[in-house]
Design a protein around this ligand. Structure first.
Ligand code: NAP
Length: 307
């Protein structure tokens, strides 16, 4: 029987682990298929307070893990395969081993949706990014490309226009999903050039371990061409990792957990932390803050139940 099981090992899960381990609750952290969360895929993080020179994403999240382990948190590899939250203790199938838990912190994050090219996967952190706030700064005076036609793409293109010498927004259709106000703002930005009906065929150059150019294809004119690019930002949405809780934890239509205030979900004893509930801020520091909140709530819940 575990006092606290934490699903996810990004900033939210690791911070929840630090706090609940320090409260002597000996949390079990299920690391998931992307151990370390989205930070483990980035390079330099310059906006996490406390690191004036910046810190490598994998180091930051690795340090958090070590810090949690120092206080007695236990980490297991693998994923949560099944969960029965219908009664307490909760029952969790972790890689075919059933574990009982008095409280559960869901910090399983949201995965960036990627286009799906092998070159894209190889160049993540080397010119390919899913986070303008995190990586825009590295492309000062450089050529930037943003992929997507929703509000995120408009927001990222506008944000990135502060840094790049030019921003090209590439969208696969003629019509945009973005709200009119966000689209108009991007359209009126002189630094942003729009390419519609255009898909990405290839990102160059995995052999150099650096983004240098892309091959684009216009599906209306059937024209294919190569264009020089330094920073390639994919803004085609996120997928919250909540499918294993479907029908138990309340979510919105896109699968993001609906908060019932603080870190509470609709199920007493189950708490949320980080991007799995947050579609707005999605920052390492806000995820860490949310992890702290969830751990404090779990601790108080256990105390109120007499554990
Ligand atoms: P979204 O609205 O789902 O838009 C995703 C965009 O990516 C769509 O234009 C889609 O094209 C495109 N796309 C999807 N898969 C693709 C693929 N494989 N290849 C190329 N393009 C692909 O996602 P979002 O922009 O992240 O926004 C999510 C939610 O957050 C929305 O409700 C949005 O309003 C909200 N949001 C609000 C703000 C704000 O108000 N400040 C900022 C950001 C996000 P199609 O159109 O062809 O499907």
């Amino acid at each position: 029987m575990r006092n606290v099981v934490i699903i996810g090992s990004g900033c939210a899960g690791n911070t929840a682990a630090i706090y609940s381990a320090r409260a002597n609750l000996k949390p079990l952290v299920v690391q998931g298929h992307e151990s370390g969360g989205q930070l483990s895929m980035t390079t330099l993080v310059e906006n996490f307070p406390g690191f004036p020179e910046g810190i490598q994403g994998p180091d930051l999240v690795g340090n958090m893990k070590k810090q949690a382990e120092n206080f007695g948190a236990e980490f297991v590899h693998g994923s949560l395969l099944e969960a029965d939250l219908s009664r307490r203790p909760f029952r969790l199938n972790i890689e075919e081993e059933w574990v009982e838990a008095r409280t559960l912190i869901v910090a399983s994050g949201a995965s960036a949706r990627w286009i799906g090219l092998p070159s894209e996967q190889k160049l993540i952190g080397h010119g390919v990014s899913s986070c303008a706030t995190c990586d825009g700064f590295f492309y000062r005076g450089r050529k930037i490309m943003v992929i997507g036609g929703g509000d995120s793409a408009m927001e990222e293109a506008n944000f990135l226009s502060r840094f790049g010498s030019e921003v090209t927004l590439v969208h696969r259709r003629e019509q945009f999903r973005a709200s009119k106000i966000m689209l108009d703002r991007a359209r009126s930005n002189p630094k942003i050039k729009f390419l519609t009906n255009t898909v990405v065929h290839e990102i160059h150059d995995p052999a150099e371990n650096l983004v240098t150019a892309v091959t684009l294809h216009n599906i209306a004119t059937r024209e294919t061409w190569r264009q020089d690019v330094d920073g390639f930002f994919v803004a085609i949405g996120h997928i919250p990792n909540t499918s294993v809780f479907r029908g138990q934890i309340d979510t919105d239509a896109d699968g993001y957990i609906l908060s019932k205030g603080g870190a509470k979900t609709n199920i007493p004893g189950v708490f949320h932390a980080g991007d799995v509930q947050d579609r707005t801020y999605r920052q390492a520091i806000t995820a860490s803050g949310a992890g702290c909140m969830a751990a404090i709530e779990a601790e108080r819940f256990l105390e109120a139940e007499g554990h």
